[in-house]
Ligand binder design. Structure first.
Ligand code: HEM
Length: 498
């Protein structure tokens, strides 16, 4: 018996060592970036999970602007020099396709046929004239949503009191009922009353599903998480592709992608999976806007400055029009929405603080990567390479008091590192996101109209912060929700997006 136990123990030790050498061990070769020491089993995953930003900033201090980590079985080289961002983005052997495939396959259970072409072409449908068309639709859905929350209570019953009375609600619920609802209808069209796939149901289930995103992305099967599975089942109860294509008010993105996928013989289930990916990217706009409103409610000086800026822009517009009649609305176009400096800074500062994204690429060939300062490093085919925007966004050498929210930080500002201007100080959209302008314009329009139409306050003692357990998500969720009160202002001219 003793002998058997001894041999079993020996076998376990032997297998552990064999697995270590097969899956975890990696000897640094000449010309490769330094390797950050970590634990025998998990590598650097423990430190990274605990305090990703601080851990990377400390590693940069010790090992320089490029170093390699091991996160469980995955070796990943991190580029910490903001000046090398363009070299990173333009390197042909750094491939986003594998990452996109991993998300589609592991989280949404489908594979996109001819993915590069599809994403390139579909990306055009949120720009130029399409952006304008979709903004018009979005602003009109948003106005309906504002009317709804002004004239009904939190349960949707018609109000007894006046719309200008204070009403209490959770901040995210308010933004779900307005921005998320408007976004949802802009993407999928209004559909009919009996659809399961409706904004509030989808929002509730998407929230639930999203909590497991990092596990699913890493390859854990969804069946391991009963709550995620339950939510996913509801999210999959969507209209057929045929029905979507019959809707006149569906977005150009969904129309294009559905037709493209049908042309490539993809199944209805694939199309449903892809629709959820599209919802996922748009959900970032929701999260970003929640933070923008929250930070403004916490920083009343910022809210005051933004309110002034918007008031002045409206006043100027009315003057330019030679005055307007009562009940007439004030038109704003894309350029005007984009050209308000405080609003622009508020949104950028929000992204700087709340962004949790990892810009990861698969290395498709052994590559000699050149940093901006001319130093060269060998990177191995099959491993990953990444830029980690949250660490750069909180770099005290680029941003003064980086953990502080400053609403006007980006007004007429330039940022420097090593005495040289940082060309891309804000990396929340990575280098590839086609929805950047679309998301920014939607968020800005939301903030303009919200601040113009409503008074809002955090209820006493209400506070939240970014939940850093979710680093990896494009925008971090909050640790908890907060209660606010809001009321419709009196005597304002409606704004219209033209
Ligand atoms: C606040 C809102 C958003 C944020 C923060 C965000 C951020 C990102 C980031 C960080 C990436 C990865 C880019 C890289 O690694 O270089 C990405 C990719 C992508 N985003 Fe966005 N995004 C947002 C909204 C949107 C919207 C509204 C769309 C709708 C068109 C969109 C469509 C996409 C697509 C299709 C990709 C994949 C691109 C590819 O595979 O080439 N995103 N986004």
């Amino acid at each position: 018996m003793l002998a058997l136990s001894f041999y079993l123990a020996l076998l376990v030790v032997f297998l552990t060592i064999a697995c270590y050498y097969k899956f975890l061990y990696r000897k640094r070769r000449d010309g490769e970036p330094p390797v950050v020491p970590g634990s025998f089993l998990f590598g650097n995953a423990g430190d990274f999970n605990k305090q990703a930003v601080q851990f990377l900033l400390d590693s940069r201090e010790k090992y320089g602007n490029i170093f390699t980590l091991r996160l469980l079985t995955q070796h990943m080289t991190i580029v910490m020099d903001p000046h090398s961002f363009e070299n990173f983005s333009h390197e042909r052997n750094f491939d986003f396709d594998v990452i996109q495939k991993q998300v589609n396959h592991n989280v949404f259970s489908f594979e996109l046929a001819d993915a590069k072409r599809m994403l390139k072409e579909a990306g055009k449908t949120v720009k130029g004239k399409f952006l304008h068309r979709s903004m018009k639709l979005y602003s009109s859905h948003l106005q309906d949503a504002y009317n709804q929350i002004s004239h009904t209570d939190v349960n949707g019953n018609v109000l007894n009191g006046k719309p200008t009375d204070w009403k209490q609600i959770e901040l995210r619920e308010m933004i779900c009922k307005t921005l998320f609802t408007a976004l949802f209808y802009t993407i999928f069209g209004k559909g009919n009353e009996h659809d399961v796939f409706k904004p509030l149901t989808v929002f509730k289930n998407f929230n639930q599903f999203h909590k497991y995103f990092n596990f699913l992305w890493l390859g854990f099967p969804v069946k391991m998480f009963p709550k995620a599975l339950e939510a996913l089942k509801v999210l999959c109860q969507q209209p057929t592709s045929d029905e979507y294509l019959r809707r006149e008010d569906i977005s150009d993105y969904i129309r294009f992608s559905t037709e493209f996928m049908l042309d490539h013989d993809q199944t209805e289930q694939d199309i449903i999976g892809h629709n959820l990916v599209y919802l996922h990217v748009n959900y970032n706009t929701f999260r970003m806007t929640c933070w923008a409103v929250y930070y403004l409610l916490e920083n009343r000086l910022g809210l005051k400055a933004l309110t002034e800026e918007i008031r002045n822009a409206i006043r100027k517009k009315i003057d330019d029009m030679g005055g307007i009649e009562e009940g007439e609305s004030v038109p704003f176009n894309l350029e005007e929405v984009s050209s308000l400096p405080i609003l622009d800074s508020v949104v950028k500062e929000t992204l700087r603080i709340s962004s949790g994204v990892f810009m990861v690429r698969g290395i498709s060939e052994d590559t000699e990567f050149e940093m901006e300062d001319g130093s060269k490093y060998n990177l191995r085919k099959g491993e990953k390479v990444a830029v980690y925007p949250p660490a750069l966004h909180r770099d005290p050498e680029i941003f003064e008091s980086p953990n502080e929210y400053k609403y006007d930080r980006f007004v007429d500002a330039k940022f420097y590192k090593y005495g040289k201007e940082v060309k891309h100080p804000l990396l929340a959209f990575g280098s590839l996101c086609p929805g950047k302008r679309y998301a920014l314009t939607q968020a800005k329009w939301y903030l303009i109209t919200l601040v113009h139409m409503f008074d809002m306050e955090l209820l006493p003692g209400e506070a939240t912060k970014e939940d850093t357990r979710y680093y990896g998500h494009e925008i971090l969720p909050p640790t908890n929700d907060v209660q606010i009160q809001y009321r419709l202002k009196e005597n304002f001219h409606q704004l219209t997006f033209v």
